[in-house]
Design a protein around this ligand. Structure first.
Ligand code: NAD
Ligand code: UDP
Ligand code: UDP
Length: 336
């Protein structure tokens, strides 16, 4: 009799998986700028459990304070250059300092983070069968010889320069991702992120948007690094997070550029910040750092077609949103 026969006993692992309604997501570098906004967005979905692994080099617990103690959230002090043994379904691998002054501070550590850190996260993805997304960078295009940059461009990168720990590090990280994909069948996603800005950026991390906004609020001169005609394209952080989640959830490995194609010279950016935040402030020209890319603008055709994604927030609308956060942290209220 079929009815008297006990149901087959599923293996403990399979039944755990079967009853596990939640998606367990690891965010490395989740205490940082982009990572903490990504965590906010992922936590909005009640089916998600989020684990952050971060060594707090450039990030801080403060960025995640609203989630500490939440039953679906866990924060681990962990350096990704060390192995990590946990069970997850998805990995957003962001851990890596993004600002030149921090990634140049200990370049050997930066390249270890990119290479050994990514290897460990791929080893983890392989062991548990998780999908893994790498936040690569527009810096893989180096000082680009084609403009705007699309994903088929192989780049113009100095392998022995002071930026190499970061840009060559990310290039190796991309190679590792594709080798694990081809050799072990790991599900990979690669985002090539272009300059991103928004609340929670480190105030003193030396990046151009955070520098100009902090300078304008403190009524200090805006420091344009020579020649000032170099260009960047700035993406507001909520658009970035939306693009990363679409990439993770979609069917394309990438690499896919995620960025805002609106292109500005650093002089134009300074003028805009001055106009919006402090019309009385001075703009001065200072010395630049070596290997500074002269122009950068994403071709986002692929993101539009494959992810149905494009940025919504224009620079002029995003800067004031960031100003509010910087004024609170710098304790300089608006005058009117
Ligand atoms: P961020 O510096 O604010 O965040 C990086 C986080 O990684 C920090 O919380 C830091 O403490 C952590 N971290 C660094 N090394 C680690 C290690 N060895 N182990 C564990 N944690 C470590 O930078 P961000 O702007 O949020 O950038 C996030 C990711 O996006 C990075 O991978 C960066 O390369 C990439 N990216 C950012 C931009 C940008 O404009 N912000 C542009 C291109 C790419
Ligand atoms: N790894 C990890 N967590 C895991 C599985 C692996 O951090 O759950 C690390 C492991 O220590 C190794 C790296 O990921 O250094 C690559 O693992 P893989 O299994 O691919 O290579 P192997 O261990 O065979 O060299
Ligand atoms: N920059 C500037 N003034 C500053 C900081 C940076 O003019 O106070 C310039 C810098 O020379 C570069 C651009 O702004 O051309 C972007 O620099 P950032 O470090 O923000 O990002 P990345 O070089 O990584 O794109």
């Amino acid at each position: 009799h079929a009815s008297t026969k006990p149901p087959p006993t599923p293996s403990p692992l399979r039944s755990a998986k079967f009853f596990q309604a939640n998606m367990r997501i690891l965010v490395t570098g989740g205490a940082g700028f982009i990572g903490s906004h990504l965590v906010d967005k992922l936590m909005e979905n009640e089916k998600n459990e989020v684990i952050v692994a971060d060594n707090y080099f450039t990030g801080s617990k403060d960025n995640l304070k609203k989630w500490i103690g939440h039953p679906r959230f866990e924060l681990i002090r962990h350096d990704v250059t060390e192995p990590l043994l946990i069970e997850v379904d998805q990995i957003y691998h962001l851990a890596c300092p993004a600002s030149p002054i921090f990634y140049k501070y200990n370049p050997v550590k930066t390249i270890k983070t990119n290479v050994i850190g990514t290897l460990n996260m791929l080893g983890l993805a392989k062991r548990v069968g998780a999908r893994i997304l790498l936040t690569s960078t527009s810096e893989v295009y180096g000082d680009p010889l084609i403009h705007p940059q699309d994903e088929s461009y192989w780049g113009n990168v100095n392998p022995i320069g002071v930026r190499s720990c970061y840009d060559e590090g990310k290039r190796v990280a991309e190679t590792l991702m594709f080798d694990y994909h081809r050799q072990h069948g790991i599900e990979i996603r690669i985002a090539r992120i272009f300059n991103t800005y928004g609340p929670r950026m480190n105030i003193d991390d030396g990046r151009v948007v955070s520098n100009f906004i902090a300078q304008a609020i403190r009524s200090e001169p805006l420091t344009v690094q020579a020649p000032g005609t170099q260009t960047r394209s700035f993406c507001y952080v909520s658009d970035m997070v939306d693009g990363l989640i679409r990439l993770m959830e979609g069917d394309n490995t990438g690499p896919i550029n995620i960025g805002n194609p609106g292109e500005f010279t650093m002089l134009e950016l300074a003028e805009t910040v001055k106009e919006l935040i402090n019309p009385g402030v001075e703009i001065i020209m200072v010395e630049n750092t070596p290997d500074d890319p002269r122009q950068r603008k994403p071709d986002i055709t692929k993101a539009k077609e494959l992810l149905n994604w494009e940025p919504k927030i224009k620079l002029r609308d995003g800067l004031p949103l960031m100003e509010d956060d910087f004024r609170t942290r710098l304790e300089v209220p608006r005058k009117n």
